[in-house]
Design a protein around this ligand. Structure first.
Ligand SMILES: Nc1ncnc2c1ncn2[C@@H]1O[C@H](COP(=O)(O)OP(=O)(O)OP(=O)(O)O)[C@@H](O)[C@H]1O
Ligand SMILES: Nc1ncnc2c1ncn2[C@@H]1O[C@H](COP(=O)(O)OP(=O)(O)OP(=O)(O)O)[C@@H](O)[C@H]1O
Ligand SMILES: [Mg+2]
Ligand SMILES: [Mg+2]
Lengths: 255, 255
């Protein structure tokens, strides 16, 4: 598995935070990583300190205008981590692609040509199951689902599973649920523990053992345009994402 | 102003929590309130303890199949609070409405006939600016924007303002930004205070003085199907939403 989509239609569960920090930690081990920002909010782009207002080309241009990936690719402050940035221009993609030829597979044909240049590709998705997310699910081999340990987080998992099955049947038979990341976990809180147990019952061994509890340094780091590893390497937040990265490598490279 | 839409395309900022708790507190003062769930996740529906799996009719039927509101309306555990429930069936609405006649104004024509039966109507929206949210913005007189006091929350406000201006020009000239609610505010955290100050500079007197700090009882209450007022009336969370409700009444009824 090389290309992973961060997907969950529930909002604010840690998709961007997990995509950005997992990608950065892997790049820190000198693996070549691409972060593809497919959310019109552009949080992954600004979370890495890139100014969204003067981009010469964005993921919109790649997806809709067939701009070569290499013209849009940007370096980040982290060696070995590159990004396809985006901004609100991408909002137009969902509308413009509706009547386009092979609208669900645009991203997969783009990425296929570049997979050899990277060890990992992470696609950050918006909080919906629309055409942008469908493109990501068609292009990816694995899905990473951040699940916030709160009540509403459980509600959407059934719908997400249905969407994944539909994609597997019609667009991307090799797509698998690669892993579930429990975010904002609080061991002292009954409900948080109950949600974690429920998710483990539902997804079993697909749930990463490394959980990501709430950590103020994690929420501060994007305001400095840095991943947690560079913002505060000694924080609990950095420790948790490094543990997740180690488990990720174990799981997907050990074979 | 009678009809309010809870809108912010950033996910997980407290749209549902604010819609549900503001509506419940107003109903507790014997004002007749309708909560309209327009998010396919159906969190407002389940947050009030309603089983989403055996609904005979949902907001999908009202919006797309012209089902009368009165056939879909359900009572809640709170007297004077009614809900138009929903579930994932609503996902189909965005696709089916794309080519429908007057697709942006479906909700406004539905609600116009029922406004006289309620003192307030709150529409909970999904974390996107697609056709469902556009319907809510076309139907509402006021927009309530929950803004989470975190870095990424500031990013989307510019795009949201642009969308509102577009709706005001083409679909709903009387639409106004009714108020900004600062959620998950943490007075001890520098970044949280900076975000709050930035939002107050941008939106000035539109920002409610009552802020809603993070409170574990608020996040637990939906798992009991209860608004905070019924789950734990003596909690800080209930106090904060009651303060917000008092300010809301002052602002929109004092004239
Ligand atoms: N472990 C954590 N500890 C503290 N804060 C966190 C943590 N993970 C994420 N956050 C914060 O919570 C908020 C939501 O996270 P994030 O934006 O990554 O979620 P998302 O799923 O990408 O949201 P959206 O649905 O809008 O795309 C952000 O402000 C982020 O900084
Ligand atoms: N003041 C608060 N204190 C603690 N938890 C809160 C508070 N407000 C909301 N939450 C919790 O944070 C999460 C996000 O809130 P909520 O679901 O209301 O946001 P939303 O904007 O409606 O999300 P979405 O974008 O997915 O519709 C939920 O789990 C909710 O219970
Ligand atoms: Mg995100
Ligand atoms: Mg919601």
């Amino acid at each position: 598995m090389k290309t992973f989509a961060l997907v969950n239609q529930k909002g604010g569960v840690g998709k961007t935070t997990t995509a950005l920090n997992l990608a950065s930690c892997l790049a820190a081990t000198e693996r070549r990583v691409l972060l593809f920002d497919l959310d019109p909010q552009g949080n992954a782009t600004s979370g890495l300190g890139i100014n969204k207002n003067n981009l010469k080309s964005t993921s919109y241009d790649v997806l809709v205008k067939n701009q070569p990936l290499s013209d849009t690719l940007l370096d980040t402050k982290i060696p070995h981590l590159k990004i396809i940035p985006t901004n609100t221009q991408l909002v137009a993609a969902e509308i413009e692609l509706v009547s386009a030829f092979s609208r669900e597979k645009r991203l997969s044909s783009v990425l296929a040509a570049y997979e050899k240049d990277f060890d990992y590709i992470f696609i950050d998705c918006p909080p919906s199951l629309g055409l942008l997310t469908v493109n990501a699910l068609s292009a990816a081999q694995g899905i990473l689902v951040p699940v916030q340990c709160e009540y509403y987080a459980l509600e959407g998992l059934g719908e997400l599973t249905q969407t994944i099955e539909m994609i597997q049947q019609h667009l991307n038979p090799s797509l698998k649920v690669a892993g579930i990341v429990l975010t904002m976990f609080d061991g002292r809180n009954n409900l948080s523990r109950q949600v974690a147990e429920e998710v483990e019952r539902f997804f079993q061994d697909k749930v990463f053992k490394a959980r990501i509890p709430r950590n103020v340094k994690i929420s501060e780091s994007p305001s400095h345009g840095l991943p947690i590893l560079l913002y505060d390497a000694f924080s609990k937040g950095a420790e948790n994402y490094m543990a997740l990265t180690a488990e990720f490598i174990q799981k997907f490279e050990a074979q």
